[in-house]
Design a protein around this ligand. Structure first.
Ligand code: FAD
Ligand code: SIN
Length: 530
């Protein structure tokens, strides 16, 4: 016998508890009760691992125009100028607010101003940071504020399965509208619904679609997959940014060596100790990320080696320990003293510039649904994100979202939303199938949709992914849902959409490089999937 599913109602539902979700919840709590759900515990978010810092114009030598120019140059003709200007000009206010909330950024030697570091593609020092643990410092402050806010209810270990939208579940609306989400409690396996006056997707990125990535396990692109299934407009998924310097180690596969290390003087070298980046770009090791990642890829293909090296020995133990205590300690824990030995590094999938298309106030193409943080495509990053612009984007857009939501009002609360339909699904005893599929997807993406692409590789990837998705759909409809099945399905969906986006782009631009189109076309266009 079927029993009735639990229904919860709230003013705002925020799906995701990284910098975007936490900031949005804080601001939305002024409008009424907020429920914030996260897939794991709150600290399991990409944000927690952010190292380098937050880019903003904070010194007299710098200007908004400089930051705007650097952002647009990195973005290779695809940045939306209004989004760029909005984020950059609101940056100093946003940083001021974080400081007033208690984020403990590093001070300069004088102790009066803040220490600003530098990263690839930035013409000036403008990255404010808390040692090499900026994400942790930011998260601790935001989590403290959220937990102490009586208007915010935090629900951890809750997996958002799908958005509840009118097109799919109650088709009497003229424009597709969102009323909340179906949620799976990962501990009890209960499925219930949260109905909300507004719904915010803040589910982060999807580096995990690749075999090698700097992203933690949660980054499976659930928000993009949910948005896609609900009919939201998605753009530019082909622009997966590969970070040039992920630690190369047989066991530790996702530890980042911050770009700030090169900003402070680290040099990329090959096996024989030669610095090679000067052959590729006048800024050498501090060239924009796409150029560095491609150069390393080329060096590795040419030499047949597995990795290159980042040399920081000349910076000295004292500076390394002071500025990069986390990197120093982590490397030492595997027997690598970076003040004496070079760090083995390889590029790895890091950040996706695409996502749900939103306007300047974080509204998606679906009424009542907002998107913020890495899941959103605001137009700030264009075809390649400038380092340390993403935390800033999430903070600025969360603030704008809440202001817009106050004007937009709430969706009506409906009484006839259907329960989640589990059909005749039975319990599966073949979880092993899922981990094989998971692994296969990540290998396909790494081998065929990596730093350097060709039409032939993309076609192969597409064919393989079509077959995998068919198998997964069969699995999905016949077996009871669990979090692993939901994640693999989302991973496959986002991988497939990435391949389709890459196939649509008949040029090379920013971080999308296809040997068969070794040119940049004159008209810059977003790749829209709808
Ligand atoms: P996240 O912080 O990833 O949070 C996503 C949240 O969504 C999590 O709480 C997760 O549980 C939840 N979630 C996901 N799916 C579901 C679901 N189905 N149901 C319920 N909840 C769900 N950027 C910078 O600007 N500066 C840096 O120095 C920097 N360093 C970085 C270092 C590393 C190692 C990495 C990986 C990224 C770095 N970035 C940096 C990028 C930046 O950290 C991310 O883009 C940003 O933190 C994303 O924030 P977010 O809130 O959108 O997502
Ligand atoms: C880093 O510290 O290198 C990451 C910065 C970023 O991804 O913006």
């Amino acid at each position: 016998m079927k029993h009735e599913q639990r229904r919860i109602q709230t003013s705002s539902l925020v799906i995701g508890g990284g910098v975007a979700g936490l900031s949005a919840a804080i601001k939305l709590s002024r409008l009424g009760p907020v429920i914030l759900i996260s897939k794991g515990s709150l600290v399991e978010a990409n944000t927690y691992y952010a190292q380098g810092g937050i880019a903003s114009v904070l010194s007299k030598d710098d200007s908004f125009e400089n930051h705007i120019r650097d952002t647009c140059e990195a973005g290779a003709g695809l940045c939306r100028l209004d989004a760029v200007r909005t984020v950059i000009e609101d940056g100093p206010r946003a940083i001021e607010e974080l400081i007033s909330w208690g984020v403990d950024f590093d001070k300069a030697h004088s102790g009066e101003s803040y220490h600003l570091t530098r990263e690839g593609g930035h013409s000036h020092r403008r990255v404010i940071h808390a040692k090499d643990l900026t994400g942790k410092a930011l998260m601790e402050t935001l989590i403290h504020l959220v937990r102490g806010n009586p208007n915010i209810t935090v629900m951890e270990n809750q997996f958002a399965i799908d958005l509840i939208t009118s097109d799919k579940y109650c088709p009497d609306f003229s424009k597709n509208s969102c009323f909340g989400a179906y949620i799976l409690n990962r501990r009890s396996n209960e499925i219930f619904q949260i109905q909300a006056g507004r719904t915010v997707l803040a589910t982060g990125g999807h580096g995990r679609i690749y075999l090698y990535t700097t992203n933690p396990e949660l980054a499976t692109g659930d928000g993009i997959a949910m948005g896609w299934r609900a009919g939201a407009k998605i753009a530019n998924l082909e622009f997966m940014q590969f970070h040039p310097t992920c630690l190369f180690h047989p066991q530790i596969k996702d530890f980042l060596i911050s770009e700030a290390v090169r900003g402070e003087g680290g040099i990329l070298r090959n096996k024989v100790g030669a610095s090679f980046m000067e052959d590729y770009h006048p800024q050498g090791s501090l060239a924009p990320r796409d150029i560095v990642a491609r150069a390393i890829d080329r060096e590795l293909k040419r030499s047949g080696e597995t990795h290159v090296f980042l040399d920081v020995r000349h910076l000295g133990e004292e500076k390394l320990k002071r500025h990069f205590p986390n990197i120093f300690a982590r490397c030492l824990s595997i027997g690598l003293d970076i003040s004496k030995e070079m760090i083995p590094v390889v590029p790895a999938a890091h950040y996706n510039c695409g996502g749900l298309v939103v306007d300047l106030d974080a509204r998606s193409s679906i009424r009542g649904l907002y998107a913020v943080g890495e899941v959103a495509c605001t137009g700030l990053h264009g075809a390649n994100r400038l380092a340390s612009n993403s935390l800033l984007e999430a903070i600025v857009f969360s603030d704008r979202l809440a202001k817009a939501a106050a004007k937009d009002g709430q969706m009506e609360l409906l009484h006839n939303l259907p329960d989640w339909d589990s059909g005749d699904a039975v319990s599966s005893d073949e979880q092993v199938v899922l981990s094989h599929t998971w692994d296969e997807i990540r290998r396909i993406m790494w081998n065929y949709v990596g730093i350097v692409r060709t039409d032939k590789r993309l076609k192969r990837a597409e064919a393989k992914m079509v077959a995998l998705r068919r198998e997964l759909t069969d699995y999905y409809w016949n077996y009871q849902l669990n979090d692993k099945l939901l994640e693999v399905r989302n991973l496959a969906e986002v991988a497939y959409l990435t391949i389709r986006s890459a196939m649509q782009r008949k040029e090379s631009r920013g971080i999308h490089y296809n040997i068969d189109y070794n040119f940049t076309s004159e008209t810059a266009k977003d790749t829209i999937l709808w």
